[in-house]
Write a protein that binds this ligand. Structure first.
Ligand SMILES: Cc1cc2nc3c(=O)[nH]c(=O)nc-3n(C[C@H](O)[C@H](O)[C@H](O)COP(=O)(O)O)c2cc1C
Length: 355
């Protein structure tokens, strides 16, 4: 039985796990000295990027893996299981902690808090053989890691992201999300993404803020003033070229159940922490996989016919370039570079404890 203080310390570190748009779709309950319950939720009701809750489920996996890593600092072995009967929209994960005096602190432990998304250009210096091998081994059993490193591959992926960004920026349902999740004039944000971490220059950020005040402005800007061009160059095209590699985590078996996505999130977090341990920065590039999923699983996603038509074509494009098929679960870019000077931080543990 661990002291409550120790459990709070573990949760204080675990909460640094990443989640889509920093939504932190979890609340914690200390049930007993050897038992923490993680109450999950998802954001599918309002967030198009959550694709049926799966991005939240991946975040749950990242959280559970980070909790496990944090527990090793205290000689505790943490094993989680989904509580039977809890719904996909509000899954509960029971984490049981057992004393394991021989357990060594996990080698990824020092990187939990410094790991952060870097959305700005990275160095194109090729990965070393050691970095490549570490990343390829990082995702764990049941997953493989593919790297796309050559200039030609990065250029093709840049084109894919350029096309995807047009969908993102012209989709009225995505606009609502962007408006919700950006905290303006901020370097750090506890519950959203600070505008300074988005990856555009300050002038573009000011313009974006003004334009994003209404969908009518966004639509007008996009239609008549080439409004998607500046953000697409800065946020998608250039960063996709300016990196060492794009990295695809692939599952042996296409994910279907909530647990499959939670496990994919464990793999994602292990890759991300491993990149950080190699002094490499990382940025997820999930929209091609998310729009691919919608194209395969949903007839209509948006009230915009043009967006629906574009989404229907994403699977063919993604598979031609990445061969992602249904088994690609996490796409990102990596490379050496400075740590992000602006980042999402987290809500305090006290706010995340279920009452
Ligand atoms: C499942 C998942 C998908 C994400 N997709 C993207 C993405 O497509 N583009 C991006 O820039 N960041 C993406 N992120 C990064 C989150 O926005 C980021 O992790 C969160 O805001 C917390 O910030 P931090 O990682 O710097 O701590 C994703 C994160 C997760 C967990």
């Amino acid at each position: 039985m661990a002291e409550r203080d120790i459990l709070l310390k573990i949760l204080d570190l675990a909460r640094w796990a990443p989640s889509g748009d920093n939504t932190q779709p979890w609340r914690f309950e200390i049930v007993a000295g050897d038992h923490i319950a993680v109450h999950g939720h998802d954001t599918r009701e309002w967030c198009i990027y959550d694709f049926d809750g799966h991005a939240s489920h991946m975040a749950h996996g990242a959280l559970l893996e980070t909790l496990r890593i944090a527990a090793t600092a205290h000689g505790l072995d943490a094993v989680w299981a989904r509580r039977p009967g809890t719904p996909d929209t509000a899954p509960v994960f029971d984490v049981k902690l057992t004393d394991a005096p021989a357990l060594r602190a996990d080698p990824l432990l020092p990187f939990v808090e410094t790991r952060s998304v870097q959305r700005r250009p990275l160095q194109t210096t090729p990965l070393s053989a050691a970095q490549r091998a570490a990343l390829q081994g990082a995702a764990g059993p049941g997953y493989s890691v593919e790297l796309f490193e050559s200039f030609a591959q990065r250029r093709r992926i840049a084109g894919l992201l350029w096309d995807n960004a047009r969908i993102r920026l012209t989709c009225p349902e995505a606009y609502r999300v962007h408006k919700e999740v950006i905290e303006w004039n901020a370097r750090f944000s506890e519950d959203r993404i600070p505008d300074q971490a988005v990856g555009v220059d300050p002038l573009t950020a000011r313009l974006m803020r003004w334009v994003m005040q209404s969908w009518e402005r966004v639509d007008f800007f996009n239609r008549y003033l080439f409004g998607t061009v500046a953000p697409r160059i800065q946020l998608d095209f250039l960063p996709a070229i300016l990196c060492a590699a794009h990295l695809l985590v692939r599952a042996e078996r296409a994910p279907v159940s909530l647990e499959d996505y939670v496990h994919a999130g464990v793999a994602m977090q292990r890759v991300w922490l491993t990149a950080e341990s190699l002094d490499l920065r990382l940025q997820p590039e999930m929209t091609p996989l998310i729009f691919r999923w919608y194209g395969v699983h949903r007839a209509a996603v948006s009230r915009s016919a043009g967006v629906n038509e574009a989404i229907a074509g994403v699977a063919a494009a993604v598979d031609a370039i990445l061969d992602a098929r249904d088994t690609g679960v996490f796409l990102c870019r990596v490379g050496a570079g400075a740590r992000a000077s602006a980042r999402s931080v987290r809500q305090p543990v006290s706010a995340l404890l279920a009452s």
